[in-house]
Design a protein around this ligand. Structure first.
Ligand SMILES: Cc1cc2nc3c(=O)[nH]c(=O)nc-3n(C[C@H](O)[C@H](O)[C@H](O)COP(=O)(O)OP(=O)(O)OC[C@H]3O[C@@H](n4cnc5c(N)ncnc54)[C@H](O)[C@@H]3O)c2cc1C
Length: 437
């Protein structure tokens, strides 16, 4: 083994991928995670007697980097591919929008509006040069291609649902990346959605990934919350943990959200701190519900009605075999909010109550006694707001402190937040670091 000692802070997919690739190159790696288990946003939790992802996750056919990791950790054969459907909830009614005929029957839009909506999707899926879209507000771009009517009836409610009021400062790269990802999920010709999951969910992925890391001699230290990182006069980088424990490394990579990384790393320049703090995040509050019956045939139901407090309805059991949920249906009700939103002051009980009340209004055949479990998961720094000229204002991976690097999902500049993009950033940025050092 190479004697160079690397410390990685953050045991989510980013930190795990970095540790995996570094250890494959023979580096001596220690991975630190604040929680008691690895996984971060991709970790699982218990809902009564069911254990599944805390936040809903699917794998797309085009997620080649994720699939490659699955192969390396021995889970390739555990992937299941399922044809799924998409629904829309508009003016208190559910509609299917999963093929061309359903698209043509779609309510509230006339034929010209529908044509323009379809055209927008085709145009976005054909654009290769995303860079010029960074200069255009998403609202301007969508109005241009879809027209005012379609924008107001479809895009605006969807943008609000996904980005809150931050949609106003978001560039057209956001919608381009979203359409590109979903379009890639459709098989050419059939235009059907194929989504995938691993039997056992991310719990199994994280477990196998962890076992692979251990087999590659990565030292994993959970319950280690980093408090400070600094360069010593000896040239080593020292990490201090909340417990008071310290450890020294030749090189350290921090994978935490930009603002938190700025607080952690001591000795950064003012310009670096400003750039890191300039990255804005959206958080998510997500209610999971276990029900004794299905609610629809849709994996995703997009919502355009503004009286519904959540962004969409994700029926995991429309994708995943119900045997993993003991025969129940698993539904997620996510809401994306700015990280200072008042919802974070509400208790889990308050959030559950308000979301489930509306959920029951949307699906009036659901009774309280059908609900076997409801729980709230929250995360504050999840998706970065893709503002105008986003990629030009990103902090450098290599900080001004020699041997200290910050790599996180804010470096996804031409994609949506997902595991595949997270792996892509980890792998490509690590190559940059290793080539230069
Ligand atoms: C609601 C939701 C739905 C999603 N759906 C999908 C999907 O369908 N498909 C898909 O591919 N992806 C999806 N994703 C995205 C995916 O979960 C992320 O891309 C990925 O998990 C990001 O990993 P990360 O390591 O960058 O961040 P994180 O998972 O946030 O990891 C950071 C880690 O650092 C730890 N940490 C924090 N502070 C400290 C500290 N001081 N010291 C040490 N450790 C610390 C945290 O505990 C955490 O484990 C979804 C995410 C969410 C929230």
């Amino acid at each position: 083994m190479d004697s160079e000692k690397w410390g990685i802070i953050g045991g989510g997919i980013m930190g795990m991928t970095l540790s995996h690739r570094l250890s494959q190159k023979g580096k001596n790696v220690t991975l630190f995670e604040a929680a008691s288990e690895l996984g971060g946003l991709a970790s699982s939790w218990k809902m009564d007697d069911v254990e599944w992802d805390k936040f809903y996750h699917v794998i797309l056919l085009s997620d080649f980097r994720t699939r490659n990791i699955l192969k390396e950790i021995g889970l390739e054969d555990e992937l299941n591919w399922v044809e799924t459907k998409t629904g829309f909830y508009i003016n208190r009614k559910l509609y299917s929008m999963s093929d061309t005929i359903e698209f043509l029957k779609f309510p509230t839009l006339n034929l010209i509006d529908k044509f323009r909506l379809g055209l927008t999707i085709i145009v976005a899926s054909r654009i290769k040069n995303w860079k010029r879209l960074e200069k255009i507000p998403v609202t301007t771009w969508l109005n241009l291609w879809s027209g005012k009517n379609t924008f107001n009836k479809i895009w605006l409610p969807l943008l609000r649902a996904k980005l809150g009021e931050s949609y106003k400062k978001t560039s057209a790269v956001f919608i381009w990346a979203t359409i590109q990802r979903l379009y890639g999920a459709r098989r050419s010709g059939l235009k059907k959605e194929m989504f995938g999951y691993v039997s056992g969910g991310y719990k199994k992925i994280i477990k196998s990934f962890k076992e692979t890391l251990i087999a590659q001699n990565v030292v994993i230290k959970t319950n280690h919350s980093a408090k400070a990182v600094k360069k010593l006069s000896t040239g080593k980088i020292e990490i201090t943990f909340k417990s008071g424990f310290t450890e020294q490394f030749d090189k350290v990579i921090v994978t935490l959200p930009a603002g938190i990384s700025a607080q952690l790393c001591q000795g950064l320049t003012q310009a670096e701190i400003q750039k890191l703090n300039g990255i804005e995040y959206l958080g998510v509050v997500c209610v999971s519900v276990l029900l004794n019956k299905p609610i629809s045939e849709f994996y995703i139901t997009n919502i355009t009605d503004s009286w519904v407090p959540f962004t969409g309805v994700i029926e995991m059991s429309a994708l995943v075999d119900k045997k993993y949920f003991n025969g129940n249906s698993l539904i997620y009700l996510p809401k994306y909010v700015t990280s200072d939103d008042k919802i974070y002051d509400q208790s889990d009980e308050e959030i559950k109550e308000s979301f489930i009340e509306i959920f029951k209004k949307m699906y009036p055949w659901i009774k309280q006694e059908d609900i076997k479990f409801a729980g709230v998961a929250r995360a504050r720094n999840v998706i970065t707001v893709a503002k105008l000229n986003y990629s030009e204002n990103l902090p450098e991976i290599k900080t001004s402190i020699p041997d200290l690097f910050i790599i996180n999902t804010s470096h996804i500049k031409d994609g949506t937040l997902n595991v595949n993009e997270t792996v892509r950033v980890a792998e490509s940025k690590l190559n940059e670091i290793l080539e230069k050092s």
